[in-house]
Ligand binder design. Structure first.
Ligand code: SAM
Length: 233
């Protein structure tokens, strides 16, 4: 059985598509979707030897070696252009996911859909998508075991479509679909962030007033104002 987090990723995989799951670890996601008959073929990509071996063992033990190809390599290096039409990348920071997409840009040519689940810094992914021709088409947020996870779904299209350009910074930070929906996990996530930021501001106020600290404080206050406006408007 998959975690709720990975189930939420699976929900956005179009039936019948060929997928690559990058940073697959045990290859739970690719095995699950193939076993369920949701997709006919999946690649499990891993760059680290340990997880790569776990993925191989999992695929063998489920008897799925024909349908799930386990490949060792960095990011999108494990797929050739045109091989898959949907890519999932889950359970990493937004910076790492963005760097994987950016370094593998040329392999994204035939890819129709990206399903990305950053553990933090979703803003970096939204920014990258916006600058590289990918249109955010859906977002999801859920809480599991006390942690809150975001899922971003994008297709090649009109990247500005989900955004009101007059209001870009908060939309990039919080997510245009999530902001509209205002779900319980969304409110909880941003209330938690506000508390964190306010704690850091207090610490900065007690520390030396270096240029660097003042810059950090200004940035945090900006974010606090932005998020409070969304939550408590
Ligand atoms: N995707 C699974 C999930 O969501 O449960 C596993 C997440 S696990 C925390 C992150 C995995 O990504 C690790 O197994 C790590 O080895 C792998 N990884 C990190 N950087 C990678 C890269 N550049 N290319 C491929 N895999 C990578």
């Amino acid at each position: 059985k998959l975690s709720q987090r990975l189930e939420a990723v699976v929900k956005y995989i179009p039936t019948g598509s060929r997928i690559a799951d990058i940073g697959s670890d045990h290859a739970y996601l690719p095995c699950h979707v193939v076993r369920k008959g949701l997709v006919p073929f999946a690649i499990a990509g891993e760059v680290v030897e340990g997880p790569f071996q776990s993925a191989r063992k999992q695929v063998e033990s489920e008897g799925l070696t024909e349908e799930v190809s386990v490949r060792k390599g960095d990011g999108l290096e494990v797929i050739s252009a045109g091989e898959v039409d949907c890519i999932t990348i889950a359970g990493m920071g937004g910076a790492l996911i963005t760097s994987i997409l950016d370094r593998g840009k040329e392999r994204l040519v035939g890819v129709k859909r990206l399903i990305l689940q950053p553990n933090l810094s979703a803003i970096m992914i939204r920014q990258w998508l916006l600058e590289h021709g990918w249109e955010l088409i859906a977002e999801d947020i859920l809480e599991e075991d006390g942690k809150i996870y975001e899922i971003l779904v994008a297709e090649q299209g009109e990247p500005l479509r989900p955004y009101d350009q007059k209001n870009l910074p908060p939309l990039l930070l919080l997510g245009p679909f999530l902001m509209k929906e205002m779900s319980q996990p969304f409110k909880k996530k941003w209330k938690g962030e506000l508390e964190n930021w306010k704690r850091i501001v207090e610490k900065l106020d007690q520390a030396a007033k270096s240029d660097d600290n003042l810059r950090k404080r200004e940035q945090l206050m900006n974010n606090i104002r932005m998020v409070e406006e969304v939550l408590y408007q």
